[in-house]
Structure formats: structure tokens, C-alpha cells
Design a protein. Structure first.
Length: 245
């Protein structure tokens, strides 16, 4: 047994548990067309907000690729059904193929997905309470009120911590000289095995973080701004998404 076997077994269990949670939550959402519609609306609104908050990072030659990766892969209003289906089908093979560090990155991403899915569904439920009829109407005030009633600080701090851990994991992968070559070699077999979406997640993340040549300032900026927004939302600030100054 290799030195990495126990660690990878633990990571695989973590990944399986998170995958079971997120697939259950998504199945419940898909079973209710109205819930699915409102959930998509919440995620689209959040993605637009993040685009405004990180306009400077998106426009940065150095940080732009990583900022776009974060917004499109970790915050996008889309389901990862192809990824989830592939993971559930060939998790044992994946555990053998990937180094522990890459497997851990995927596990963290699915764990974040499960937590965000749960929080988003709770947000939808809170927003629906104020809806007169039809689709929910999202404004900053309504979103802030729902945010406070649908979650607590610990959950939101855990969500932000997972974002930071994923970023740190991708940064570590970017500093491994052999990872780029391994990802190139894995591309064709991954697609044949139905892991195209999963391989793309790793390859795009690795490329974006390697391009930065150091993610400390990038990750610190996200952590600082999101912590401030979180604090302002729970404090009932009149402009909770204002992080200028």
C-alpha cells in the first residue's frame, strides 16, 4: 500500500458524501419547475453581483483568467450534472488516476457546490415568502433580508473558507511542474471515460492559476471583500455590497 492510499481513501469518502448531498438537493430542485426557475434566478443575480464586485480583477491582465474561472466554475448559475454523473459512476477509477492533491481540489469544489446549493435553496424559500405571485423579484434589499433569515454566519463563513481552500489548492497545483503535462496526457482518456467536464475544470483552473504566478493577493482580495459584504449583510447595512474604500 502506498503512502498516499489512506489519504486518498479519506478524500474519496469526503467526495462521495458531498456528491450524494449535492445530487439529492439538485434532484429535489429539478422535481419542482417553479423552484428550479427561482433557483436559477437567484444564481444569475449572484453572478451579476460578483461581476460588479470583481470588475477590477476581471479586467486585470494578471488576475482576469482566475477571476473568470471563479465566476464561471464556482459561482455560475449552471448545474454540473455531467460532472456529478461522471463522478458517481467512476469514483474508484478516479481515485486511482489522480494525485491526492488534484482529488482534494475536486472534493473541495463539490463540497462547496453542496453547501452553496443548500444555501441557495434556502434563499429561494425566503424570497418566496415576500413574492405576491409568479416569479420572485430580487432587489438588494430583498436579497439582504432573505440572506439574513435563510442562513447564519457560520454557514456563510464556511462557504467563504471553502472558496479560499479551493483557491489555495489550485495555487499549489500550479506550482507543480509535472501537473501540466499530466493534465495534457489525461485529456483524451478523460473524455473517453466521460470525465471531460471534470478534466476541463482541473485544466482551466490550473492554467488560470499558473498564469497568475502567485495567488496570494488575488485570494486575499476575494476573502477581504466577501467577508466585508457578509458582515454588512448581517448588520443590515443600507448598501451591503459596497466595498469601495
Amino acid at each position: 500500500m502506498s503512502a498516499h492510499a489512506p489519504e486518498k481513501a479519506d478524500i474519496a469518502r469526503q467526495l462521495r458524501d458531498a456528491l450524494d448531498r449535492v445530487r439529492g438537493l439538485r434532484a429535489a430542485a429539478r422535481a419542482d419547475p417553479t423552484l428550479a426557475r427561482d433557483r436559477t434566478a437567484v444564481r444569475a443575480w449572484q453572478a451579476e453581483r460578483l461581476g460588479r464586485t470583481y470588475r477590477d480583477l476581471l479586467a486585470s491582465p494578471r488576475y482576469g483568467p482566475a477571476a473568470f474561472f471563479f465566476l464561471s466554475e464556482l459561482y455560475a448559475p449552471k448545474d454540473s450534472d455531467a460532472r456529478d454523473s461522471a463522478l458517481g459512476r467512476i469514483l474508484p477509477k478516479l481515485s486511482r488516476m489522480l494525485p491526492a492533491m488534484a482529488l482534494q481540489t475536486i472534493a473541495l469544489a463539490v463540497e462547496l457546490d453542496a453547501l452553496s446549493e443548500s444555501l441557495d435553496l434556502a434563499l429561494v424559500d425566503a424570497l418566496r415568502r415576500d413574492a405576491v405571485r409568479g416569479a420572485i423579484a430580487i432587489t438588494e434589499r430583498r436579497y439582504a433580508d432573505a440572506y439574513r433569515s435563510a442562513s447564519d454566519r457560520h454557514e456563510r463563513e464556511q462557504q467563504l473558507a471553502l472558496v479560499g481552500r479551493i483557491g489555495a489548492a489550485l495555487d499549489r497545483l500550479a506550482h507543480k511542474p509535472l501537473i501540466a503535462g499530466a493534465l495534457r496526457l489525461m485529456e483524451a482518456p478523460a473524455r473517453v471515460a466521460g470525465l471531460g467536464a471534470l478534466h476541463e475544470f482541473l485544466a482551466r483552473g490550473h492554467a488560470a492559476f499558473r498564469h497568475m504566478r502567485g495567488a496570494d493577493e488575488f485570494l486575499a482580495t476575494i476573502a477581504r471583500r466577501e467577508a466585508r459584504i457578509n458582515e454588512q449583510l448581517f448588520a443590515g447595512a443600507p448598501r451591503p455590497f459596497d466595498v469601495d474604500g
